[in-house]
Design a protein around this ligand. Structure first.
Ligand SMILES: *Cc1c(COP(=O)(O)O)cnc(C)c1O
Length: 410
């Protein structure tokens, strides 16, 4: 795979991605500040009562209240839309705010929603538990099974939600093929693109209608603030989603938007460096004793390697692997690490390791975990910006713990 981070089709100004991530979406105040201003304000004042009234009727353009709109949040929305090649963007308080608002704004009681089974834990809960509570029929599909998609989409459907690569086992779905089937059933296709990041995958180009992000992950990229984004066609964003997010209070803090604007300046640099580390770590793990299997979209032994190669321009910073010894082996491995931190976040500059079966995917239960291939020995590794030799030395501590614990032969 190449490390291509730009796509001329998205270039509104003729500039390439790295340039636009520094300059797109900026609207300077009369002070001419170099970096974006931070408008940390809840409300806005009017020159007179007439202007306030005209703002509320829509006859005057003026900020009203930061739940409705804020200049710093707007700057982030413009830059994210520019990066994604989307007509419009709404920034939300969290990634789950983006997923839940996109779905809840779209569907009505009696509608049908189809989702791939391999979803982030909270996304899974929205499909399995929340939507049915409001009279929405929901169906899970094994994402790699074309017959299952055919069957699930044989009836009119309002929305399809997929994640690729998926959390935590990095299943890769054919976004173009799923989108085509979904459109035939009348559905809009929402892709949770958190794992690939906007640097490596452009779902809208592959035929999807909506992209959602947890900006908490690679977009902030340094584990500091929560945020999310919904991107799609201007008409859908403004008429379907915006009234929902504004009135339900799913607004991003201007401070968090300002942190993320700064982070976007270095997004491709960070993601490319993390990906180089991840590829090195995945190859090392694949040869290490006590490591039963490794899943990385950039390795030819990934089950959907060909699809990944076709639809992603880089393989990403996440690696999943299974250690010998099940839960005990995984805990011994994790507890031996000194550089890599045990944490359920991802996309951080610091490498983070997670045991999905007892944390992020604990609530879905053993049966569903088995269906998703999340074994008790599975570990999800979000590879950061450390020196890859230090990461490999650290993983060697984990491997040594497998040997000394009797989980792996020497
Ligand atoms: C983290 C994550 C989310 C949720 O994002 P938050 O910002 O934590 O709300 C949704 N989808 C995926 C794939 C994620 O990794």
């Amino acid at each position: 795979m190449t490390d291509k981070t730009e796509n001329p089709a998205h270039t509104s100004s003729g500039w390439r991605t790295a340039t636009r991530l520094l300059h797109a979406g900026v609207e300077r105040t009369p002070y001419g500040e170099t970096s974006e201003a931070l408008f940390l304000t809840s409300g806005f004042v009017y020159d007179n009562a007439e202007q306030a009234a005209a703002t509320f009727t829509g006859d005057a353009v003026h900020y009203q209240y930061s739940r409705f709109g804020n200049p710093t949040v707007d700057a982030l929305q413009r830059r994210l839309a520019d990066l994604e090649g989307a007509e419009a963007c709404i920034a939300t308080a969290t990634g789950m705010g983006a997923v839940s608002s996109a779905l809840l704004a779209q569907v009505r009681a009696g509608d049908r929603v189809v989702a791939s089974r391999a979803l982030f834990g909270s996304c899974h809960w929205i499909i399995a538990s929340l939507l049915p509570q409001y009279g929405v029929e929901t169906v899970f599909v094994d994402g790699g099974d074309p017959d299952a998609w055919g069957e699930a989409l044989s009836k009119p459907t309002a929305a399809v939600l997929i994640e690729s690569p998926s959390n935590p086992m990095l299943d890769v779905l054919d976004i173009a093929a799923v989108s085509e089937r979904a459109h035939a059933a009348g559905a809009i296709v929402i892709v949770d693109n958190a794992f690939a990041s906007p640097v490596y995958q452009k779902p809208l180009e592959l035929g999807a209608d909506v992209v959602v992000y947890s900006c908490t992950k690679h977009i902030d990229g340094q584990g500091r603030v929560l945020g999310g984004a919904i991107l799609g066609k201007a008409e859908w964003i403004n008429e379907v989603v915006l009234p929902f997010t504004r009135n339900t209070g799913n607004a991003l803090s201007p401070f968090n938007a300002w942190v993320m604007l700064k982070s976007l300046e270095t997004l491709p640099l960070r993601v490319d460096a993390m990906t180089r580390n991840a590829a090195a770590v995945a190859d090392w793990l694949a040869e290490a004793p006590g490591i039963v299997s490794v899943r990385y979209p950039g390795r030819a032994d990934h089950p959907q390697y060909e699809i990944a190669k076709r639809q992603m321009s880089g393989s990403g910073s996440l690696v999943a692997f299974e250690v010998a010894g099940g839960r005990k082996g995984a805990f011994a491995f994790l507890d031996a690490l000194q550089v890599i931190l045990i944490s359920n976040n991802l996309g951080d500059a610091r490498s983070l390791a997670t045991h999905p079966a007892t944390t992020t995917h604990m609530k879905i239960g053993p049966e569903e975990r088995a269906r998703l291939g999340i074994s008790d020995g599975a570990i999800r590794l979000s590879v950061g910006l450390e020196d890859s030799a230090d990461l490999i030395d650290d993983l060697a501590r984990g491997v040594a713990a497998l040997k000394s614990g009797g989980f792996a032969a020497g």
